[in-house]
Ligand binder design. Structure first.
Ligand code: ATP
Ligand code: MG
Length: 467
């Protein structure tokens, strides 16, 4: 009986195939002329890794998001490799290879070149967990999963069809188990297998759905979209650190504004960050804040899309700025001095926004530095500008200040222009600029400014502002 059953599996009996189509079905082989992946977009190091593994007798493919991006003609930001070699076997083949993780044991193979070191993530084909009861929590969430499997099983465990394609750089063939290439052509994001079951296994997939649809501009397939409204609350059970990482990916995707709107559309923005509720639901009251955040995110998206770096500290400094301004202004109107009012507002803002998201503390010092620098941009006389330029995070503070200039009424754009000129000027030019700034403030009739002349002090927070 058992041998008959095994034989049936080996023969891929149609009956078995029907129930296990997603797990062991043969992939579609897509040749170069159909997928049109440009080999120039490949990472040489990723190709080295697949070649080394193949030469040692293993199967090895570039997989996941990199294949998706390559097929879209986008240069992938990182490369993952999947293989039938175990992590130990992989590690033995490379000089700089490290075993990482417990939940997903993978190997990081590092290459040192001219620029940043490149890490190629190598993972062993994973098996299905259908019979691994102890690996699954009552809610259906996967807890641990180091179970090796076939390539077909590995494909079935991935999230979306377009993320489950395997590319072999040697033959330039794509192996497609779930119709990913057809979905790419239809611009559809489709969850593999039963979407509700897959979301229960890992609720973060709902956020990934939103992120990828914003990034690719693809529509969620109705069956993939529908369960999200009901299952969104499952995100509450996800460990905050993981949620935060995924949220960070979403905000740093280069399509952050689109992603935030998609989060709202899917009803998933609640409880991720209080800030998102505010931006999305705030109505008239938050228009100014929205304007600032929208422009800031557009700026960040531009930078990321053109391959420039953005720090998470900068991102959160912008997202929380409208709140900070509000708190700062409230403190000032209670009679607090300017700088203590700012410091106190920073504490308040961070405390409110990071409830449930304590991991954000990683970026706190960056945020504080960028914020603390802001009043200093208004002091354009004496040694102040030179000292400011020498701050280690000056560039981020300056970019941030320019952002504030582009939002209506938040900061006088002339100040931004002054700094742009100051950075570019030679010492004589810098002296002239400082003299002009001094004249400006000398000629100002405002009593507040006259007072400031005697004792340099910032005018923050400004009268009209986003928030
Ligand atoms: P990105 O461009 O953001 O890196 P990506 O698709 O490469 O997108 P990763 O988080 O790097 O995303 O994951 C790599 C691959 O691993 C995915 O393409 C997908 O196949 C699989 N994967 C990642 N996370 C999940 C998940 N939560 N559930 C199922 N499969 C996943
Ligand atoms: Mg990736």
């Amino acid at each position: 009986m058992i041998t008959k059953f095994i034989k049936r599996i080996l023969r891929r009996d149609p009956m078995i195939k029907h129930t296990q189509a997603n797990h062991t079905g043969a992939p579609k082989r897509i040749p170069k002329k159909s997928h049109r992946i440009d080999p120039n977009l490949l990472s040489k190091n990723a190709v080295k890794v697949t070649h080394t593994l193949q030469q040692a007798g293993y199967e090895a493919f570039i997989v996941g998001g990199a294949v998706r991006d390559l097929a879209l003609g986008i240069s992938p930001k990182d490369f993952d490799v999947a293989t039938n070699a175990t992590p130990d076997q992989v590690q033995r083949l490379f000089r700089k290879a490290r075993l990482i993780g417990r939940r997903f044991q993978i190997v990081h193979v590092t290459f040192f070149g001219k620029g940043h070191p490149e890490i190629i993530e190598v993972s062993t084909f994973r098996g299905l967990l259908e019979n691994a009861g102890d690996h699954v929590a009552e809610s259906g969430r996967i807890l641990r999963d180091n179970v090796w499997g076939s390539q077909g099983e590995d494909a079935a465990r991935r999230d979306f069809t377009i993320n489950a394609m395997y590319y072999d750089p040697s033959s330039e063939t794509v192996l497609d188990y779930h119709g990913g290439m057809a979905d790419m052509q239809k611009k559809t994001l489709r969850m593999i297998d039963d979407p509700a079951k897959r979301y229960r296994e890992d609720p973060v997939r709902m956020l990934r759905a939103v992120r990828f649809s914003a990034k690719t501009g693809f529509e969620l397939d109705p069956a993939t979209r529908e369960p999200i409204a009901k299952l969104g609350t499952l995100l509450n059970d996800v460990p905050p650190a993981r949620l935060f990482d995924e949220l960070l990916k979403l905000l740093m995707s280069g399509y952050s504004w689109a992603a935030i709107q998609a989060l709202q559309k899917a009803g998933l923005h609640h409880g991720l960050l209080p800030l998102l509720d505010h931006i999305v639901d705030g109505g008239e009251d938050s228009k100014g804040a929205n304007n600032f955040v929208k422009l800031a995110l557009a700026h960040i998206d531009d930078r990321i899309q053109s391959g420039k770096s953005v720090s998470a500290g900068f991102l959160f400094a912008t997202l929380l700025w409208p709140d900070l301004l509000k708190n700062w202004k409230a403190n000032s109107s209670k009679g607090m001095a300017n700088i203590p009012a700012l410091q106190d507002a920073m504490d308040d803002t961070i405390a409110t926004q990071s409830s449930g998201m304590t991991i954000q503390r990683r970026f706190e010092s960056d945020m504080r530095e960028i914020w603390s620098m802001q009043p200093r941009f208004e002091r354009r006389v004496g040694r102040y500008p030179y000292r400011l330029i020498e701050s280690p995070r000056f560039r981020a503070g300056y970019d941030f200040m320019l952002l504030r200039c582009t939002t209506t009424g938040e900061l006088n754009p002339a100040i931004g222009q002054w700094w742009t000129n100051f950075i570019a000027a030679d010492p004589a030019g810098q002296n002239e600029l400082m003299a002009s700034a001094k004249n400006e403030s000398d000629n100002s009739p405002s009593p507040a400014k006259r007072q400031r002349r005697r004792k340099p002090k910032s005018t923050f927070p400004p009268e009209s502002e986003a928030g």
